[in-house]
Write a protein that binds this ligand. Structure first.
Ligand SMILES: [Fe+2]
Ligand SMILES: [Fe+2]
Length: 465
């Protein structure tokens, strides 16, 4: 009965295959079949001894599962040792080497078989292992690093087809058993990625995020003492995608409209030309925030939510602190302050796509590069878009420690940035912070109640993302 049920459980998956199996078969079919049959028996015996189970063994593949990552790794080490001894007795051209990959994941068990992305990841790790060697995922490594007397070598984070995040892979050094220490990723990794990245940006083939001027033109018109409604309507309606987005947002809970807004004209009358301009900027600016690479796309979506959160917050701060004339610019400055991160993500995507680098930089490395360089690249990008100086300056200086308290727009964006990050609307997890005691909140004399109100406003603003 239980066999037919679908069960999900944390499982260590071991995937193995033979290096050059078809060549061995082509050379001597009978000899190869005898060898693999004998080796499968050794495999099965060691797996069983370590409380695992061979799930499947088609052709030269072997798939096994274990309820413990340590058992899987110990078993794999014993298998390679036993097969190594057997290979020593065979002529060189008849030796058979297995590559072994181990992953730990939430696996679906059904009818004695196993399914799920954890199995695919194990197979991918196996394909990157040395013949006669063992490679493991970062999750397996975390479980066994202090429990086996072998060295581990970090091999970088590798993309796996259809899996959003790259997988960190470690190789077990089977020759050295003096200590269970990790050989860290080569110190040159960030430098080499950075080198490729920098030379890409200065090359002619660099593809940078483009700036759609429509939103800004609409905003310029809306900021006039007497905005030309016809002109705003025309700029929006000649872009069908912009029109449909403006109408969708104008009808969202954020604006709490009672009657349906069915035309751009009604949206302008109902929401006011400045709000419609904000929506237009959001819609046109969102376009470059997308990638076919699932991991980069996920980071871009987080960055977009953060940018929108900062735009809405900065505008709210302007209005609340009596600086209404800066409200529109605060919105745009908030939206663009981290644009350097978009540039870094777009460039990484392009470098990856054109295969200048074979493997993705790890999430940690990408984050490090974005943290360090987004202000300088953001400044350069906004300059290349010919945006006014104050936007460029904010992109460059919004993290500066020596804070000059004479730039209202900058302070608005800084406070907006701290607020969104504290709510977890950023690339990292929530960075809790008592907002009201920050120098930025103090600068605008905002109270605890004000800051709580801003947090509520941000909840509503999720409609934009
Ligand atoms: Fe930033
Ligand atoms: Fe930011």
């Amino acid at each position: 009965m239980a066999e037919n049920r679908t069960l999900r459980k944390l499982t260590a998956v071991l995937s193995a295959d033979v290096k050059g199996y078809s060549t061995l078969m082509g050379d001597d079919e009978e000899y190869t079949i005898n060898t693999i049959t004998a080796y499968r028996k050794i495999f099965a015996g060691v797996v069983e001894k370590n409380q695992g189970r061979v799930v499947d063994s088609p052709g030269d593949n072997i798939l096994a599962d274990f309820s413990s990552a340590l058992n899987a790794v110990t078993g794999a080490i014993e298998i390679q040792a036993a097969l190594g001894t057997r290979n020593g007795k065979l002529p060189k051209n008849r030796q058979m080497f297995f590559r072994i990959g181990i992953n730990l994941g939430d696996i679906i068990h059904k009818d004695g078989r196993i399914y799920g992305e954890g199995v695919n990841i194990a197979a991918r790790i196996e394909s990157l292992a040395d013949p006669g060697g063992i490679s493991i995922s970062g999750d397996v490594y975390n479980q066994v690093k202090n429990k086996v007397a072998y060295n581990f070598e970090y091999m970088g984070a590798h993309a796996v087809k259809n899996i959003a995040e790259p997988v960190r892979i470690y190789r077990i050094d089977l020759k050295r058993e003096d200590a269970g220490k990790t050989i860290e990723a080569p110190a040159s990794e960030p430098t080499s990625f950075l080198k490729i990245f920098k030379s890409y940006l200065t090359s002619k083939k660099a593809v940078l995020p483009a700036f759609d001027t429509t939103g800004l033109k609409i905003q310029q018109e809306a900021s006039k003492a007497e905005p030309d409604t016809d002109a705003i309507e025309k700029m929006i309606t000649c872009d069908p995608s912009l029109t449909s987005h403006v109408l969708r947002i104008a009808n969202s809970a954020y604006y709490k409209g009672i009657n349906k807004v069915s035309t751009v004209r009604v949206a302008i009358v109902r929401l006011g030309s400045q709000e419609v301009a904000n929506i237009a900027i959001l819609v046109t600016q969102k376009r470059p925030f997308q990638s076919k690479d699932p991991y980069i796309n996920k980071v871009m979506q987080k960055l977009w939510r953060h940018s929108v959160g900062c735009a809405v917050s900065a505008q709210w701060i302007a209005n609340r602190s009596g600086l209404k004339t800066l409200a529109q610019e605060a919105f745009t400055a908030g939206l663009l302050h981290d644009i350097g991160k978009l540039l870094i993500l777009t460039a990484t995507d392009e470098i990856k796509r054109t295969c200048t680098i074979k493997q993705m930089p790890s999430g940690d490395l990408l984050e490090e590069v974005m943290d360090k360089y987004h202000t300088v690249y953001g400044y350069a990008l906004l300059r290349s878009w010919n945006l006014p100086d104050h936007y460029c300056g904010i992109a460059r200086d919004h993290h500066k420690a020596d804070l000059k308290k004479n730039n209202d727009l900058m302070m608005m964006v800084r406070l907006a940035n701290i607020t969104t990050n504290s709510m977890g609307i950023g690339l990292k997890g929530a960075e809790p912070c008592v907002l009201v005691v920050t120098p930025e909140a103090d600068y605008f004399e905002l109270s605890e109640v004000d800051m709580a109100e801003l947090e509520i406003k941000l909840e509503y603003a999720k409609v934009f993302s």
